[in-house]
Design a protein around this ligand. Structure first.
Ligand code: SIN
Ligand code: FE
Length: 295
């Protein structure tokens, strides 16, 4: 079974026809990567400063832009260049939003725009601060400080590498296979602990049982070196000048190589999924035999 779905049409320009929309949403919600081999954000010649090693500041992996705060973090740029970088990230956020609107118009009324990031660091050879931060190990996404409280994590990636180097990913097993293996290794949820995390500002909002188990899966998968070497994975090289869209909370993925990537995060309520039985929430509730969004 292929891990990619290439929709027919030109979603950068116009909405797909309705049967192609249905096929694309089916593929996406069933854990495929919706892949646009020929689509990319076009850059202006004066945006070459993006590829300068001096662009990043501090230890963070990514430069990120928060649409709510209107602020960029982790860049050393100032003045005119900072302004250009902000405009570029806003342009990418608009590009990603219009792709979603043309591919999955049903999502639009429910979509929350999260952060936009630029990832200027070569992944291969990077020394992660800890195994939990090591994205070369297959994992499903979950954020320790930013619970999604059940919302799906939908991400749009675009490889803009100027030397035509691919972004090399591996994709592992289905979410249900991952959850079946790793849930028994995750400690039980404690709402008391979740309250403490919030009171001491270790989480931006309340960590629900759903967030706890998702984070538990993320950490347990990355920690298990035997699993990392033995699990069946498929490699895919996303060429420079391509775009792909994926539910990273569902699809087990790792990034092995590559540099210069744009990424836009969106959040969506699980209740609006067309194929609800595929959602991490549904699968976890089924395996644990309880609701995970009530405290
Ligand atoms: C990840 O989400 O784990 C990393 C994806 C990437 O940077 O290519
Ligand atoms: Fe990830």
């Amino acid at each position: 079974m292929s891990l990619l779905y290439v929709p027919e049409g030109t979603p950068t320009k116009q909405a797909l026809d309705s049967s192609e929309q249905a096929k694309s949403i089916f593929a996406l919600e069933h854990g495929k990567i919706v892949y646009l081999p020929e689509e990319s954000l076009s850059l202006h010649t004066e945006e070459a400063f993006l590829f300068s090693p001096q662009i990043k500041a501090g230890k963070a992996k990514n430069i990120s832009y928060s649409p709510h705060a209107g602020k960029i973090k982790h860049t050393a740029l100032t003045g005119v260049e900072l302004n250009s970088l902000t405009l570029l990230l806003q342009r990418y956020a608009d590009y990603a939003s219009s792709l979603i609107a043309n591919l999955f118009p049903l999502y639009v009324p429910h979509l929350t725009r999260g952060r936009t990031s630029f990832r200027p660091i070569e992944i291969a050879g990077r020394i992660p601060a800890s195994y939990k931060k090591d994205d070369t190990r297959v994992h499903v996404d979950a954020f320790p400080a930013s619970p999604t409280q059940g919302q799906r994590i939908l991400r749009v990636f675009c490889n803009i590498n100027p030397d035509k180097r691919p972004r090399v990913w591996e994709v592992g097993e289905s979410f249900e296979q991952v959850a079946t293996q790793f849930l028994p290794k995750v400690a039980s949820y404690s709402s008391f602990q979740a309250q403490m995390l919030k009171i001491f500002k270790l989480t931006h909002s309340y960590r629900t049982a759903y967030d706890h188990y998702m984070l538990g899966l993320h950490d347990a998968m990355k920690k298990d070196v035997g699993y990392q070497t033995s699990v069946k994975k498929k490699q895919f090289d996303f060429p420079a000048g391509s775009t792909w869209i994926v539910y990273t909370d569902q699809v087990s993925h790792a990034a092995l190589k590559g540099q210069h990537l744009l990424e836009q995060t969106f959040y969506l309520p699980p209740q609006i999924m067309l194929h609800a039985a595929q959602t991490p929430l549904y699968v976890l509730e089924k395996l644990l035999g309880r609701h995970l969004l009530v405290s």
